[in-house]
Ligand binder design. Structure first.
Ligand code: IPT
Length: 932
């Protein structure tokens, strides 16, 4: 059997140790390497020799994936292996990339032992230095080091790495992501001085009762020094306790120090914190924590998993700015730099091992490596390499064995080894549903109902987390608010991690592509597009909603006072400043700062409502909590939380009526409206041509309308809600009212909707009342209930008073506040990578669509939802990529009474019952006014 298919870990690597840089010499070997891709694993050797001529080879950037640099193409599958499942064998067609670098040592390179470190090679690498084979790597997202000191020479060192796309390791790396290969993380040559720091383990615990931090360092011959704490040359075997500020995600206090020997010094950043499970509740520094987390894959739309540092930083900043407090590193240890950022900026981390065998699930888990002793060493090796690499990060609070590898002895062995090696952190693994070898009960995509049951019953007596929930695919997730309520209801229900942080779209020809776009014979389409940020890291509405739902301060009205509740787990609100703005129909009339007393974690304060001026319209008081001073992740003034209190409600609208209908041949006039007497449709309002409002029930299905089994979308299409027909049964021209009676129904079906349009007008305004009555048995919820009309494309400016500024849906609308907003038709669109319903603005009191101030105004009685687009719902439905959406010369306006919720059924529960839209009797009134 070839080394590629051995079931054990790689060969001849050095024992794993902490990742660090010190004052010893090091040489980064990243940059341009020579590269040759062969279709088979057994391509001719020879490149490892000094005199090999690589001038005919291409150049490749290391770190990087060859599939993103013009060699082969990426392929996406979620669960299925893209090759026959016959472990440990892999296809003979095994793309193999030879990488070659010739390098000189810096002139002052010391004559000491040295190691060559690879931070990540996907999936199997065979390495030679100066003609000598060093060994084989496996475990793509884990480091490997080889001893090379004896092989180095001052000039023309020849480093050759042969990387195979497929190896036995591929069976253990079936994560839901692109298959992409190469040396995708850094390569470094490190001098390892004799008598230096071989490895170290820092223990920095915090006793929340005494306020003391206790520090020790493990590693023969080592010392640790932390000048700020008065710790000098603390020896291995000794410990020192001193009052400290603890480290937490909310207040990530780090103490700078160094671990040292006589010859080497490693700068370290120490965070004191203690993780414990007390009475079945996970605590950190003595306080219960709630994970308001995300699952983060490493992704960049051009570089794949070779994420440049500035984008790792961008992730952390965006998370902090959107009230994310935790990250699960799904489903492999990240680039070590990301963990340094988590220490520095403050994020709780579940560090997850590079392990997933999900594709065996399709085969009933037959042959799953997790319970096969032949793979035992590989499993343990992966865990050891992660724990040893990452053990010194204060941000890591749980170790995770991996993802979706079912259950078995090898996982149990990983857990046992981990607990023994590092008793300071509990072990997580979702696949151990019976909690035989984990410390935390973890589930994915459990419905609200089930989480509630877990909360009530607490049958395992362990802390409970949702390692994945609220699948952020496309438009959604809906229902985050109700999950939050469960996290608040039960002490041991300690939050969760949204699936997932980023859409894994890859950039091609100026837009983002997904599974299948590279001609893969087997793929899972856009299931890889399920993040809270778009591939270019623009926040999606889902992230904005997350920030609101999981804000650490809750500002609500409570018995004529403003209640300010501190939902942080550790810190007070002293770092925040509060202010308020009072608006009359969305126009600011007063604003001031708000004095809030000191509020400790978990406490609240009630502050008296300020005295407010009189208003003529709706009066809304908005209270904001902002950062008092700049932090490392946001400027002073950054809004952390907000709340709105309705002070004065709107007066009911006085409906219009009065003018008489005038008929003239084949035209009817009613106030500013012109109608077709045959169809009863509005054809003109003022000077604007209109394709009349008609009842409409369709929305371009969202990913969450799909889901598992028979999906909502399938039912909708089967019954034909995307091709409704309108039969006009009567156009009744009364004295001051035009009544148009219709029946709207899909072909081939017996059920439908009776829709009666009642038009009245005064001189300038045209009022429509639609009475809707279901006719027959409706077999499914409705996608939407509203009207569609088309207006001239020039009306591209939008202004409204209602909920905004972003899109909002029944079960994802916490982030929207009531105010006056302006935008454009183009800017109202949310560019979901896979086009679908988007951009709904909720609870508009009024809306203006204008050009140069002229156009049309719509008023609600009292409110309506709207979308405005340059394409029809049908165009949106048909589009597969954003580039398929081509502007027409109309603005297509939907004016809606309601829309079906979002839910998260693309992987998880459908909308909660209260957010489902059922066919029922309804009345809906709008007033249209031309703005001349
Ligand atoms: C779950 C996986 O853990 C995750 O990697 C991702 O694939 C997610 O689903 C869906 O996007 S597994 C699923 C079968 C619940």
């Amino acid at each position: 059997m070839s080394y590629i298919e051995e079931m054990g870990p790689g060969t001849r690597a050095l024992p794993p140790r902490a990742f660090f840089t010190s004052d010893a010499a090091s040489l980064p070997l990243n940059g341009d390497w020579r590269f040759r891709l062969s279709p088979h694993a057994n391509a001719p050797l020879g490149a490892e020799s000094d005199d090999f001529d690589d001038s005919g080879w291409d150049t490749i950037s290391v770190p990087g994936h060859w599939q993103l640099q013009g060699h082969g193409s990426p392929a996406y599958t979620n669960v299925p292996y893209p090759f026959p499942v016959e472990p440990p064998f892999v296809p003979s067609e095994n793309p193999t990339g030879d990488h070659r670098l010739v390098f000189d040592l810096p002139p002052d390179w010391p004559d000491e032992p040295a190691v060559l470190r690879f931070d990540g090679i996907d999936s199997c690498g065979r390495v030679w230095l100066n003609g000598v084979e060093l060994g084989v790597t496996r475990g793509s997202r884990l480091p490997t080091e080889f001893e090379v000191g004896h092989l180095l020479r001052p000039h023309r060192n020849v480093l050759v790495v042969r990387v195979h796309q497929w190896s036995s390791g591929s069976y253990l790396e079936d994560q839901d992501m692109w298959w992409m290969s190469g040396i995708f993380r850094a390569v470094t040559l490190l001098s390892r001085p004799r008598g230096g720091v071989a490895d170290y383990q820092l223990n920095a615990s915090y006793d929340h009762v005494s306020g003391l931090g206790t520090l020790s360092v493990e590693g023969a011959g080592l010392m640790v020094t932390v000048p700020e704490l008065g710790v000098h040359d603390l020896l291995h075997g000794q410990s020192f306790s001193v009052p400290v500020e603890p480290w937490s995600a909310e207040s990530p206090r780090l103490y700078d120090g160094f671990v040292h020997t006589a010859v080497e010094r490693v700068p370290v950043r120490i965070g004191f914190r203690t993780v414990a499970i007390e009475d079945g509740v996970l605590t950190i520094n003595g306080a219960r924590v709630v994970f308001r987390g995300v699952n983060r894959h490493e992704h960049h739309p051009r570089f794949g998993r070779a994420v440049p540092r500035e984008f790792a930083l961008a992730d952390v900043l965006l998370m902090k700015q959107h009230n994310v407090n935790a990250v699960r590193t799904s489903h492999y240890p990240p680039d070590p730099y990301f963990l340094e950022l988590c220490n520095e900026y403050g994020l709780w981390v579940i560090d997850e091992c590079d392990l997933e065998t999900h594709g065996f699930g399709e085969l009933g888990w037959v042959g799953n490596p997790s319970d096969d002793p032949r793979w035992a060493e590989s499993y343990l090796d992966r865990m050891r390499r992660m724990v040893e690499r990452d053990k010194n990060h204060p941000s890591i609070v749980l170790w995770s064995l991996g993802n979706e590898a079912h259950t078995g002895r090898n996982l149990a062995a990983m857990a046992n080894w981990t607990r023994e090696r590092d008793p300071s952190r509990p072990v997580h693994y979702e696949g151990d549903v019976d909690c035989e070898y984990v410390d935390v009960y973890s589930r994915m995509y459990a419905s609200h109902e089930e989480v509630d049951q877990i909360g009530r019953e607490n049958s395992r007596g362990l802390p409970f987390v949702l390692c994945e929930f609220a699948h952020a695919m496309g438009n959604g997730p809906g229902g985050m608010l109700e999950y939050r309520e469960l996290f608040e209801r039960y002490r041991h229900v300690q939050g969760g991690f949204i699936w997932e942080w980023i859409d894994h779209g890859l950039e091609r020809d100026g837009h983002f592509v997904y599974g299948g776009d590279f001609g893969e014979p087997l793929h899972d389409g856009n299931f890889v597009i399920d993040g809270l940020v778009f591939p270019d890291r623009t926040p999606s509405p889902g992230l904005v909603e997350f920030a609101k739902v999981f804000e650490p301060v809750r500002i609500i009205e409570s018995a004529s006072a403003i209640r300010i509740a501190n939902l942080y787990d550790h810190v007070s609100l002293d770092h925040l400043r509060f202010d308020w703005v009072y608006e009359d129909n969305g126009v600011e009339v007063a604003s001031r700062s708000l004095e809030v007393p000191s509020v400790l974690a978990g406490q609240h304060a009630d502050v008296t409502l300020p005295t407010l001026p009189a208003v003529t319209g709706e009066g809304w008081l908005t209270v904001r909590a902002t950062l008092a001073t700049a932090t490392s992740w946001a400027d002073a003034g950054h809004v952390v939380a907000r709340g709105q209190i309705s002070v004065v409600e709107a007066e009911p609208v006085t409906p219009v009526s009065g003018v008489e209908l005038v008929g003239h041949g084949d035209v009817l006039w009613l106030g500013p409206g012109e109608f077709d007497p045959v169809t009863g449709l509005l054809t003109r309002i003022g000077e604007y041509h209109v394709e009349g409002p008609r009842l409409d029930l369709w929305r371009a299905p969202i990913d969450n309308d799909r889901g598992f089994g028979k999906t909502t979308e399938q039912v909708w299409r089967e019954v034909g809600l995307h091709r409704l027909q309108h039969r006009v049964s009567e156009v009744d021209v009364q004295e001051t009212t035009l009544v148009v009676r219709t029946r709207v129904a899909p072909p081939a079906q017996g059920f439908g909707m009776l829709a009666d349009y009642h038009w009245t007008a005064d001189g300038d305004r045209l009022r429509l009342r639609v009475d809707i009555t279901p006719d027959g048995e409706w077999p499914c919820p409705l996608p939407r209930l509203g009207l569609r009309l088309a207006l001239p494309g020039e009306l591209g400016d939008v202004e409204w008073f209602g909920a905004g500024p972003g899109e909002a849906y029944a079960d994802s609308r916490q982030a929207a506040r009531i105010g006056r907003f302006s935008s454009t038709v183009d800017a109202l669109q949310t560019p979901y990578v896979f086009p679908q319903e988007n951009g709904n603005r909720a609870d508009a009191r009024w809306l203006r669509l204008t050009s140069g101030g002229r156009g049309v105004r719509v008023d609600g009685e009292p409110v309506f939802d709207f979308t405005a687009r340059r394409w029809t719902t049908e165009d949106l439905d048909a589009a597969q990529h954003t580039v398929d959406l081509v502007p027409s010369d109309h603005v297509h306006l939907n004016l809606d009474l309601a829309q079906h919720g979002l839910g998260t059924a693309s992987c998880g529960p459908p909308p909660l019952p209260q957010y489902r839209l059922h066919a029922q009797k309804a009345t809906f009134s709008l007033t249209f006014t031309p703005l001349p």
